[in-house]
Unconditional design. Structure first.
Lengths: 154, 87
């Protein structure tokens, strides 16, 4: 074993493929943080709708799904996120090609996986609707709770 | 010698790669590329075994002399221990 300390970008440039754990909850329920393993290949061609792109935002690496390729970039959103973002083409480092979910190997070309990705996009509006209701209910409950149990002033 | 828990061996495009999962992924950020014999030894040492047992297993699996196998297993184990992969 030879030890090399490389960033994900360097791994993708030199080896063409990065294998590693996932962090964060933006791609739930597909990828769970620190449980699943992702296989990302360096970008060689323009990404398509439903591809999962790896890009860098500040110092953080982000893995989100392409909603729509547009001129000079992509509209992207995590499967568990409710805001779209524009990512320029130059910021895209790689594309998810396969992953291990609960130890099970899944290829991004699998029919079932593609069905899942389509379903995730199709149900976005209804999911967002229920999330908004959940947030409102939570706020109302919090207000009621604070009415009966106000915060002690310092 | 036994490998630390928290690493998983994945075969990607015919190559064996070890990556951290769970709590270990918070402290270990990297991927370990293994060749065929490295992957065999990695799987072997996921359970408690001695270097001698590793040599016997390697000789049984591959066409290699006991001297060469011992040299390779010792080097592999030393690398694992030096990098903190062993329990």
């Amino acid at each position: 074993m030879q030890e090399e300390r490389l960033t994900i970008e360097e791994v993708l440039t030199q080896k063409g493929v990065y294998v590693g754990p996932t962090v964060g909850c933006s791609m739930l329920p597909m990828l769970k943080a620190r449980r699943d393993t992702i296989v990302v290949k360096a970008k060689t061609e323009r990404l398509k709708r439903l591809d999962v792109a790896l890009y860098k935002r500040g110092d953080a690496y982000v893995l989100h799904r392409v909603l729509c390729p547009i001129d000079g970039g992509y509209i992207i959103r995590g499967d568990n996120c409710y805001a779209d973002e524009y990512i320029p083409e130059k910021d895209i480092l790689g594309v998810l090609t396969e992953f291990f979910r609960k130890g099970k190997h899944v290829l991004c070309t699998d029919k079932k996986y593609i069905q899942y990705a389509k379903r995730r996009l199709k149900t976005y509006k209804i999911r967002r609707f229920f999330v908004r209701i959940k947030v409102k209910i939570r706020r109302i409950c919090s207000k009621i709770f604070r009415f009966f149990f106000p915060r002690k002033e310092k | 010698m036994k490998l630390k828990k928290g690493f998983v061996l994945r075969v990607v495009g015919g190559e064996s790669v070890v990556v951290p999962v769970g709590e270990l992924s918070k402290t270990f950020h990297g991927m370990i590329n293994l060749n065929e014999t490295g992957a065999f030894l990695w799987k072997f040492f996921t359970e408690e075994h001695t270097v001698e047992e590793g040599v016997v297993a390697l000789c049984a699996e591959y066409d290699v002399s006991p001297e060469q196998a011992e040299k390779d297993v010792r080097k592999f184990v030393e690398t694992l221990q030096a990098n903190g992969f062993a329990e």
